[in-house]
Design a protein. Structure first.
Length: 149
């Protein structure tokens, strides 16, 4: 990890990714969404990927509820290419009810150095409709389980 001791501003792409993945209809994720204004970047992965580690003023916000069935992983999505091909995934982690880090994993030897735009994120368990893919595959929607997840 490359340290940035709470001095790096919270990048818009990280905010966009978190707000895209964390759902307001889920009590755990709602609490984590409320923490975003209090988060700073503590560090980044040393390999050069887009993974970021968070620092949070825990005195400024309450911890979210902890769901033992999914703690510390609280949200995840596949990263898809322009034709719907799976490229990797983005994972949101929390510790003790607080946002902890956003991890970006590649499913190849290529390093994903920037966070993908929300239209390239396919939250697992949700349906994504893409007219370009539909024209190629003759379907109306691509689901996460279509990729063997």
């Amino acid at each position: 990890m490359t340290d940035h001791p709470g001095t790096e501003p919270f990048p818009d792409d990280v905010v966009m990714t978190l707000t895209h993945l964390l759902r307001p209809d889920d009590p755990v994720q709602t609490a984590l969404l409320a923490q975003i204004p209090h988060v700073t970047i503590k560090g980044r992965c040393g390999c050069g990927c887009a993974t970021v580690y968070f620092d949070l003023d825990t005195g400024a916000v309450m911890p979210g509820p902890i769901d033992p069935a999914r703690h510390p992983l609280v949200a995840e999505a596949g990263i898809v290419g322009p034709c719907g091909e799976p490229l990797g995934e983005v994972l949101v982690f929390a510790r003790d009810g607080y946002l902890s880090w956003l991890e970006v994993c590649s499913w190849s030897d290529a390093t994903i150095r920037t966070l993908p735009s929300p239209d390239r994120l396919e939250p697992y368990g949700r349906t994504r409709v893409n007219p370009d893919i539909d024209a190629v595959q003759g379907t109306s929607a691509i689901r996460a389980d279509d990729f063997g997840t």
